[in-house]
Write a new protein. Structure first.
Length: 129
């Protein structure tokens, strides 16, 4: 389930990432350009406007995929000059891979149900459950 305005965020991030990748290939011989797509980073953006205490913030960002800004930047700089797009850290690469895998899997399952039963039959079957 996407959060409110999630489509706007996702489409903007995709556009900027694709644009950065295109620039990378255009100026590859002259300068290094890297489209950086990190996952969760422990910053105060999560606490602003939420009236969270420091303890609540620390607890909410304890996920194994949340990194400090320093960890994330260090990983990103290691990829600079080597690739066009980076998640910046192996943990974030894993998160990106999981999202892509499960989105493709869900889409495939949905398409198989529709193609196997036909759209009308599928809707009737779901109504009768």
């Amino acid at each position: 389930m996407n959060p409110p305005l999630g489509q706007l965020y996702s489409s903007t991030k995709a556009m900027v990432s694709n644009w950065g990748e295109a620039i990378h290939y255009e100026v590859d011989e002259k300068i290094d350009v890297l489209a950086w797509n990190p996952a969760g980073i422990k910053t105060k953006i999560f606490t602003e406007g939420k009236n969270m205490t420091q303890q609540e913030y620390d607890k909410s960002s304890q996920s194994c995929t949340f990194l400090t800004p320093e960890q994330s930047v260090k990983g990103m700089l290691a990829d600079l000059g080597r690739t066009a797009v980076s998640s910046g850290h192996i943990k974030h690469e894993f998160v990106a891979w999981n999202i892509q895998f499960w989105n493709a899997y869900a889409w495939e399952c949905c398409c198989l149900k529709f193609s196997k039963h036909g759209t009308k039959k599928f809707i009737e079957t779901e109504k009768n459950k």
